[in-house]
Each structure stands twice: as C-alpha cells, then as structure tokens.
Write a protein that binds this ligand. Structure first.
Ligand code: ZN
Length: 128
C-alpha cells in the first residue's frame, strides 16, 4: 500500500485528479509515496488510500492545522523582529534628537515620553 502524506485541503483545485469530477467544493491534497501532490475528492481519496472518508477528512484537517500553526509562527517572528528593530530605531532617534545621559533624560528634553514617541513615529513613518 502507498505511503500517504496528507498535505491539506484546498478550494483552489476543484477537479478530482482521480476521476476527473469537476466543481468539487474542495479537494484533498495528498502525496503518495513521496510523489508530487495530487488533488482528490474525499471519496476518491478514501478509495485510493484504503481509508474511510472520515479518516481522510481528519488527516487533511490535521495538515491544514499544522500549516496554519507554521504560518502563525512565521508571522509572530516577523512581528517580533519588526518590534525589536523599531525599538532600536527609537533608541537611535532619541540619541540623535534628545539631549541627556540616558533615554529618560533624552525623552524629558523632548517634552516627555509621549511627545517624543509621537515625533519619533512621525519621522519613522516618513523614513519608511
Ligand atoms: Zn475522484
């Protein structure tokens, strides 16, 4: 029997690669024996891999979930990196525009944290 890897569910492919049935609401993407993805309707997928339709749906859903989690991970990392980068620009901006020995004094020299932060955001946006 084939080694089956569930790749997920998609509504971008609406034709079953197995029987050619069209206008399916969605198809299940599978890799058989590590090969390229094929898109099957649930009925054909179940028949092709010798499992129940319920198992096919569960397998495809699990793959969808794993993909969504991986995507979230990437987005969180990008958000975090952007946050860190902005904090670094903020520190550099304070140093360039404020006076004083530390960030507190530099903020105070610019009228306090809130106006300093607003001025930084305006210049940061202008620079972007
Ligand atoms: Zn089919």
């Amino acid at each position: 029997m084939a080694i089956v890897t569930f790749l997920g569910t998609t509504d971008e492919v609406s034709t079953c690669d197995c029987c050619g049935k069209t206008r399916l609401k969605s198809t299940v993407a599978l890799s058989l024996n590590g090969g390229e993805a094929v898109y099957y309707g649930v009925v054909c997928a179940a028949r092709a891999i010798g499992r129940s339709e319920k198992e096919v749906r569960a397998g495809a859903r699990a793959a969808d979930k794993a993909k969504a989690l991986a995507k979230g991970e990437v987005e969180r990392k990008a958000y975090h990196d952007a946050f860190v980068a902005r904090q670094e620009r903020w520190a550099a901006w304070l140093q360039a525009n404020g006076t004083g020995r530390d960030s507190y004094e530099r903020e105070a020299s610019l009228g306090g944290y809130a106006p300093a932060w607003r001025a930084f955001l305006a210049s940061d946006r202008a620079a972007a």
